[in-house]
Design a protein around this ligand. Structure first.
Ligand code: S6P
Length: 566
C-alpha cells in the first residue's frame, strides 16, 4: 500500500529496524532522516527545500510580510495549524513578536491552534477534523483587520481545520492572502470529504495553485522525506516548518528594519545555516545517545523525564513533552516540561490554564512543589537554557535536583559545546539567526530524547507508532492501514478489529458499523492501546479479554506479536 501514500505518511527505509536498535544507533538513524530534509531533488520530481521554485516563493512571501511590518496599521500575520503545527505557530509568533517589541515596533504576529491554548501542552487531536471551526477561529482572530497574511500549516496537506481557513481566505481576497506550508507534493493533498464542508484539502489547494501566478495565494510544500517514525510529523515536519517560517520572517524583518532587501541569496544562505545547525547538533551523537539511554532507562522502570527550561527553549520542552501522549500513548507524567516564569513568560492568548488540571501546572514553582519531592534515581531531568537567560538560576536548580540523585543534564551551548556557523550577514539578522538556531538544535535533541526513550521502552513497532491514540480521522485511517500492513489481513477486517478494540465489544452492532469515523474517534478518545489490541485480535483470532491479558503480560508490542506468530 505504500506507493499510494503521501511522502509524509510513508515509512522510512532508513529506520525499519529502529525498534531493535541501541541508543546510539537510534540517534544515528535520526541524524540520517533529518539529513534528508536538505537533500537535492533526486529525480523523483518533488520540490525540495532548496528547489528554485521553493526559494522563489519564499522570497515573494517574505516581501508580503515586509510590507505588513513596514505598515502594520489594521494588518496581521496569522500562523495557524493543528497539533505540532499549531504549537510551532505559537512558538514562532511569540518569538517574532518579542523581537518586534525589543525594537519598539507594533506586534503583528498572531497564532491559532486547533482546540485553543489547551492544545499547546496537551493532546487535542479531534478539532483537527473541524473545517468550520478553523474558519470561525480565523474570522474571530482577524476581526476588524483590513489586511491579513495567513500561514496555514499542515505538514501532510491534510488537516480539515486548516483547509477551512484557507477556503475562507480564498473567499475574501480583499483582506486575506493565504500561504500554505506543508511537506508533500501538491497532488498528494488529502482528498477525503470533510464533514459539513463542500471542499476537500485537495480542492482548496487546486484553487490556490491557480491563484499562485497572480500572487493571491502561495504554496510552500517541499518534500523532506518520510518521518523516522512513520507519520510522526512532529519530527521533520515540525523542524522544517520552523526552518521555513524562521527564514521567511527573519528575512522580512531584516528588510523592513535594516534595509537588507529580501533576495534568493539571503534566503538560500539562511537555509544553509540551518543545515549546518543540524550537522553541528548531530556531531554530538555520543552525548545525545547518553541522554537517550538515560531517558529510556527512566521510562522503562516507570520513572519520569522532566525538561526544566528557560525562555523559548522551555517552550520547546513543553511542546516535545505534550506530543508523547498522542504519539506513544504515554501518560502525561512520563515526560513533562516546565518553564521559568510559567504562563506570564509564555504570554499565550488565553492566559493561565492551571485550572484545567495538574498537567497544566508548568512553572518551575510547580515543579519544585509537585515533582521534586517525588524524584528518585529512576528519573531523568534535563535543564534547557541559553547562558544569557539564566544568571545562575540553572546552577541552583541543578543542585536541588542532584540532591535527589537524579540524572541531570544541562543542555546549553556551553555544555554541549555547540559552535555556531559563522554569521552570514551583518547586523540584527546575525543575532536573530544565532538565537533561532539554538531553538532548532534544542528541538532536534528533545525529539531524539523522547522518541529514542519510547523506542527503548518498546512503544514502537518497526518504525510505526503502534500505540498511537486514534482520536481523529487521519489517525483512524493510519491505524487501519498499519493493521493491514502488520497483519496482512484485508482492510475491512482490520477496520472491524479496530472497532472491536475501540468499542470493547466482541460483536459489532449495526449502531457501531453505521456510525461515521468521527463518532468512532470520539469513543476512542477514552480508550488506550486500541491498535495493539486490534493487532492481537487479527493475529490470533482470540477474544478481546484474552488479547487484553496477553498485552498486560507483555506490554512490548513487538514481543507480543512474536509470541502470537509463534
Ligand atoms: C504529529 C502530531 C500531530 C500533528 C497534527 C497536525 O506528530 O502528533 O499532532 O502535528 O495532526 O498534522 P498536520 O499534517 O496537519 O501538520
Amino acid at each position: 500500500y505504500e506507493p499510494s501514500l503521501p511522502v509524509s505518511e510513508k515509512s522510512n527505509p532508513l529506520t525499519g529496524d529502529i525498534d531493535r536498535a541501541s541508543a546510539s544507533t537510534i540517534v544515528r538513524m535520526l541524524q540520517a532522516c533529518d539529513g534528508q530534509m536538505f537533500e537535492e531533488d533526486a529525480g523523483v520530481g518533488y520540490q525540495r527545500l532548496f528547489s528554485k521554485e521553493v526559494v522563489e516563493t519564499m522570497v515573494e512571501v517574505a516581501k508580503k510580510v515586509e510590507l505588513i511590518l513596514k505598515d502594520p496599521q489594521d494588518s496581521l500575520v496569522v500562523l495557524s495549524g493543528c497539533g505540532t503545527s499549531g504549537r510551532i505557530a505559537f512558538l514562532i509568533a511569540s518569538c517574532f513578536n518579542k523581537r518586534l517589541k525589543d525594537i519598539s515596533q507594533s506586534l503583528v504576529f498572531s497564532y491559532i491552534i486547533a482546540g485553543g491554548d489547551r492544545a499547546l501542552f496537551s493532546s487535542h487531536e479531534a478539532p483537527e477534523d473541524d473545517g468550520r471551526l478553523g474558519m470561525l477561529m480565523l474570522k474571530e482572530a482577524c476581526e476588524g483587520k483590513k489586511r491579513v497574511l495567513f500561514f496555514g500549516i499542515s505538514c501532510g496537506l491534510s488537516a480539515p481545520f486548516v483547509a477551512g481557513q484557507l477556503d475562507f481566505c480564498l473567499q475574501h481576497p480583499e483582506v486575506y492572502i493565504p500561504v500554505l506550508i506543508g511537506f508533500n507534493p501538491a497532488h498528494q493533498a488529502r482528498n477525503e470529504p470533510i464533514a459539513g464542508c463542500t471542499f476537500t484539502f485537495h480542492s482548496v489547494m487546486q484553487r490556490m495553485l491557480e491563484l499562485e501566478q497572480s500572487q493571491k495565494a502561495f504554496i510552500v510544500s517541499p518534500a523532506v522525506g518520510p518521518e523516522a517514525i512513520s507519520g510522526s510529523s512532529r519530527m521533520k515536519g515540525g523542524s522544517a516548518t520552523m526552518i521555513l517560517l524562521e527564514v521567511i520572517l527573519s528575512a522580512a524583518q531584516a528588510a523592513a528594519f535594516t534595509r537588507a532587501p529580501v533576495t534568493e541569496k539571503v534566503i538560500l544562505q539562511s537555509m544553509l545555516a540551518y543545515k549546518s545547525t543540524v550537522d553541528v547538533t548531530y556531531s554530538h551523537t555520543e552525548r545525545i545517545s547518553t541522554l537517550v539511554e538515560a531517558a529510556g532507562k527512566s521510562l522503562r522502570c516507570s520513572g519520569r523525564v522532566c525538561y526544566l527550561g528557560w525562555g523559548s527553549l522551555a517552550v520547546l520542552g513543553l511542546i516535545d513533552a505534550s506530543e508523547c501522549n498522542p504519539t506513544f500513548g504515554a501518560d502525561y507524567e512520563d515526560v513533562r516540561g516546565f518553564i521559568a516564569g510559567g504562563y506570564a513568560e509564555l504570554n499565550n492568548n488565553e492566559g493561565p490554564l492551571t485550572s484545567l488540571g495538574p498537567d497544566f501546572s508548568i512553572s518551575h514553582e510547580d515543579f519544585l512543589r509537585l515533582i521534586l519531592p517525588l524524584l528518585t534515581d529512576r528519573d531523568t531531568v534535563l535543564l534547557l537554557f541559553t547562558r544569557s537567560e539564566v544568571l545562575g538560576e540553572d546552577v541552583q536548580m541543578a543542585r536541588r535536583v542532584r540532591q535527589k540523585s537524579v540524572f541531570v543534564q544541562n543542555l546549553c551551548s556551553s555544555t554541549l559545546q555547540i559552535s555556531w556557523p559563522s554569521p552570514l550577514t551583518e547586523g540584527s539578522v546575525q543575532m536573530l539567526s544565532l538565537c533561532q538556531q539554538w531553538e532548532l538544535s534544542t528541538k532536534l535533541l528533545l525529539n531524539a530524547v523522547s522518541t529514542g526513550a519510547h523506542v527503548l521502552k518498546g512503544k514502537v513497532y518497526q518504525n510505526h507508532m503502534v500505540d498511537v491514540q486514534v482520536t481523529n480521522t487521519k489517525l483512524f485511517r493510519r491505524a487501519a492501514r498499519l493493521l493491514q500492513k502488520l497483519s496482512g489481513h484485508p482492510k475491512l477486517q482490520c477496520e472491524e478489529a479496530l472497532l472491536k478494540a475501540i468499542y470493547q465489544s466482541e460483536q459489532l452492532t449495526s449502531d457501531i458499523t453505521s456510525s461515521d469515523v468521527g463518532t468512532h474517534t470520539l469513543v476512542a478518545k477514552h480508550r488506550t492501546r486500541v491498535v495493539p489490541l486490534a493487532l492481537i485480535l487479527l493475529l490470533t483470532n482470540c477474544s478481546l479479554k484474552e488479547a487484553e491479558s496477553r498485552l498486560q503480560q507483555q506490554p512490548i508490542v513487538r514481543e507480543v506479536v512474536v509470541l502470537c506468530l509463534s
